[in-house]
Design a protein around this ligand. Structure first.
Ligand code: PLP
Length: 380
C-alpha cells in the first residue's frame, strides 16, 4: 500500500459492532468481562483502548514497522525510550534538540545515573568519538529544533550499531511522509504527535515506533505501568489529522520554501536557516534523506534584539506561541520560550543565539504570509 492510502486506511476498518466508518471514540475506562479475565482483548483503558490501538496500528504502518506505542505527549514517548536503559548507561545525543528533551535528559535522567554527551551530530566523526564502552543509545533529532540541522541517519545507525547501541530518531519535524528513518537503520522513531501528525494545534500527544518485538514489549510494559497514555478523544483527533498528513506536509513544505526564499532576499534579514535552501550546510543530505523540507524556518534579523522581538509580536497572521506544525502559522522566540531550559552557553556552542526567531509555516496562502512578514520587516 502506498503512503497516502495508508494515511487514510491503515489500521482502520468500519467498526465491527456498528459499521461506523469513522473510528469511534471509545470513551470508557473499563470493559465488561464474561468471567474473571475472560474478555475481548481489553480489560482497562490504561492497558489498552480500541481507539488508541487503531492509532498505534496506523502509526506503525506509516513508519513501515510492526509496532507503535502511543503516549500522552512527545516527552512521555521520549521518556519511555530512556527507560529502556539503566544506571551506568551512556547516551550520545545531538546538541541541537527540543528544549524539553534536553531538560528531561539533563535534569531527570542524569539524576538516575544515566550519563549524556551532547555532540554536533551533523559531524559523524564527533558522533563516533563520543561513543564509550557503556554507550547504549544514540539519540538524534533530525531536522533539529530550532536550528534545523540535518543528521545523516544512515551514518548514525552504523556508528550506534558498531557499538552495540540503539539508534533513536526524533522525527517530529519531518513526519513519516518526508522521512523514513527505519529504512536508514533506526531502531526507534519518536514523534510528538502534537505537531504535524495531528496538525491542528488541538492535541498534546506522542508515539514511539519500533521494529524489534522485545523493545516493543518493554515500551508497552512501561506505558501500562506508568500510565502515560493519551485519552481516546486525543487518539481520534490524531488519527483524523493523519488522514491529511501528506497533503498538509506538501503544502507546509511548498509554503516554507517560498517564504524562505523571500526572507533570504530581504535586506533586513541576516540569516535564514531552511534545509531546502542551497545555503543550508546539510542541504544535499536533506535532499537525500527527505522527500521535502517541511515547514520550519529559523531566522535572524539584521536588527537589534528589541526590534527583532517587536517583529515577532507585530506579525498578524503568525501568532506568537509555542508549538509548531499546525495549519496556522506561528512564530516563536526559542531562547525564552521553547528552549528556556537550555543554558545559554550550551545554546551558543551550536549557533543558537538570543536573536533567533522560529517560524512554523502553516498551510495558508504563501502570498498572505509574505505580505504579513513584509509589513513587520519594513519598519525595522
Ligand atoms: C514538541 C517536541 C517534542 C515534545 O513533544 P510534546 O508533545 O510537547 O511533549 C519533542 N521533540 C520535538 C522535536 C518537538 O518539537
Amino acid at each position: 500500500m502506498k503512503f497516502n492510502t495508508k494515511a487514510v486506511h491503515a489500521g482502520e476498518k468500519p467498526d465491527s459492532a456498528t459499521g461506523a466508518l469513522a473510528t469511534p471514540i471509545y470513551q470508557t475506562s473499563t470493559y465488561a468481562q464474561d468471567a474473571p479475565n475472560q474478555h475481548k482483548g481489553f480489560d482497562y483503558s490504561r492497558a489498552a483502548n480500541p481507539t488508541r490501538q487503531i492509532l498505534e496500528n496506523n502509526l506503525a504502518a506509516l513508519e513501515n514497522v510492526d509496532y507503535a506505542v502511543a503516549f500522552s505527549s512527545g516527552l512521555a514517548a521520549t521518556s519511555s525510550v530512556l527507560n529502556l536503559f539503566k544506571q551506568g548507561d551512556h547516551v550520545v545525543a545531538s546538541q541541537d534538540m527540543y528544549g524539553g528533551t534536553y531538560r528531561l535528559f539533563k535534569q531527570l535522567y542524569e539524576k538516575y545515573g544515566v550519563t549524556f554527551d551532547f555532540v554536533d551530530a551533523t559531524n559523524s566523526d564527533a558522533l563516533q568519538s563520543a561513543i564509550k564502552p557503556n554507550t547504549k543509545l544514540v539519540w538524534i533529532e533530525t531536522p533539529s529544533n530550532p536550528l534545523l540541522k540535518i543528521t545523516d541517519i544512515k551514518a548514525a545507525a552504523a556508528i550506534a550499531h558498531d557499538a552495540n547501541a540503539r539508534l533513536a530518531v526524533d522525527s517530529t519535524l519531518a513526519t513519516p511522509h518526508l522521512q523514513q528513518p527505519f529504512s536508514l537503520g533506526a531502531d526507534l522513531v519518536v514523534h510528538s504527535t502534537t505537531k504535524y501528525l495531528n496538525g491542528h494545534a488541538d492535541v498534546i500527544g506522542g508515539a514511539v515506533c519500533v521494529k524489534d518485538k522485545t523493545l516493543y514489549e518493554q515500551l508497552r510494559f512501561w506505558q501500562k505501568s506508568v500510565g502515560s497514555v493519551p485519552g481516546p478523544l486525543d487518539c481520534y483527533l490524531v488519527l483524523r489529522g493523519i488522514k491529511t498528513l501528506p497533503l498538509r506536509m506538501d503544502q507546509h513544505s511548498k509554503n516554507a520554501m517560498t517564504v524562505a526564499q523571500f526572507l533570504q532576499s530581504h535586506p533586513k534579514v541576516k540569516r535564514v536557516i531552511y534545509p531546502g535552501l542551497q545555503s543550508h550546510p546539510q542541504h544535499e543530505l536533506a535532499k537525500k534523506q527527505m522527500t521535502a523540507f517541511s515547514g520550519m524556518i529559523a531566522v535572524e534579523l539584521d536588527a537589534s534584539f528589541e526590534k527583532a522581538m517587536a517583529f515577532a509580536s507585530n506579525l498578524e497572521l503568525f501568532t506568537l506561541a509555542e508549538d509548531l506544525g499546525g495549519v496556522k502559522s506561528l512564530t516563536c522566540h526559542p531562547a525564552s520560550m521553547t528552549h528556556a531550559a537550555v543554558p545559554k552557553q550550551e545554546r551558543l556552542k551550536t549557533g543558537f543565539t538570543d536573536e533567533l526567531i522560529r517560524l512554523s509555516i502553516g498551510i495558508e496562502d504563501a502570498d498572505d504570509l509574505i505580505e504579513d512578514l513584509e509589513k513587520a520587516l519594513d519598519p525595522l
